[in-house]
Design a protein around this ligand. Sequence first.
Ligand SMILES: Cc1cc2nc3c(=O)[nH]c(=O)nc-3n(C[C@H](O)[C@H](O)[C@H](O)COP(=O)(O)O)c2cc1C
Length: 368
Amino acid sequence: MDKKKLTKKAGIIVDIAMYALLLIQMLIVFTGTTIHEFLGIAFFVCLIIHCIFKRWWLPSLLKKRDTKTPKPRVIFNIVTILLALSIIAMILSAMDVSRVIFPDISLIGSVDIHRYLATAVLTLGVIHGGMHFIMRAKQKKKAIILTSLAAAATLAIGLALVPYMNRHLKKVEISYSETVTGEKAQWNGGKAIVIYFTRVGNTDFEEDIDAVSGASLLRADGELMGSDELIADMLCDITGLESRAITLTGEKYPSSYNDTVSVAGKEKSDSARPEIEPIDISGYDDIILIYPLWWGDIPMPVATFLEQNDFGGKSIHLIATQGSSGYGSSTATIKSLASGAEVNEIMSIYCEDIPESRDMLLEWVKNR
Ligand SMILES: Cc1cc2nc3c(=O)[nH]c(=O)nc-3n(C[C@H](O)[C@H](O)[C@H](O)COP(=O)(O)O)c2cc1C
């Protein structure tokens, strides 16, 4: 094989490797942070090799031509420039996301943008590869339709994955006093208590938890905090009520988000009742129950709490945090388990809105 053909083949292999690496990196929820970051380095190496193979491209853009550049070439060049810019931005934003290889570098100051840039790179990459295919294809119309469909599907899947990835990976830093404290309002009703369940406190977090993929962490003034604990604290600050956490006495949940999802799924299908520290609610009329939606329902330790107590004559007010499923079948489950209780309308809070939900909670308390 002559040198030109060999270089072309090597170039195609590198390009395919880059697509594959990007796709695998989108699966960070399953691969974990460390593998994701090393694959990122591999992508960077492939990119350098790609640029060496295609080193003629940039000078060819600047070259003066006697004839007008054909329209498809102009479009191809625009797509390639956009692709190159988004790859550069994606690599820079990777520094902000990195927890293992570059833990102390922050260039852009936003973690979310990395996921959107990765989606842009993958979509533009599909258009870029598709245009090579269109330029060589005999049936141009078919090739254009196929490329457009592949690009639209990539964009749609990428955008749909971003909230899913945020749910698994997002690490949010807040100031406790700025987030929790503020205007007060009276709880209009009987004697009330806030009961909440959250992952922090019920999870065996590893020492180096920041490097664990899917930790989905919230830090208040640097301290690990559960999202539902934060909601409980906001509500207590607004109303002056006291709160109690539903706490496991036995085995805790694993620190990886995915593993917790598996364990929780099994608990739900087995109708398990994990043991918890008893909470005495006999002296209260109103129970404000805050819980994360797990598998479209209440976490099983919350089921234990509901079954351990007598709710006769009491009112339950529900707040569910969730990653997109509203409140699933949790209200129905609570009604069936908390026998004798009056179960009030539920408020559902999307997990990403939790740090900004104090005003909403204040309105909820005022308008009851
Ligand atoms: C085991 C598990 C299962 C989950 N299942 C769902 C679900 O079915 N639907 C949903 O919208 N969110 C789901 N989520 C997301 C949580 O409801 C959401 O992230 C919640 O705000 C986490 O609160 P926490 O940090 O206090 O535990 C699940 C989370 C976990 C850990």
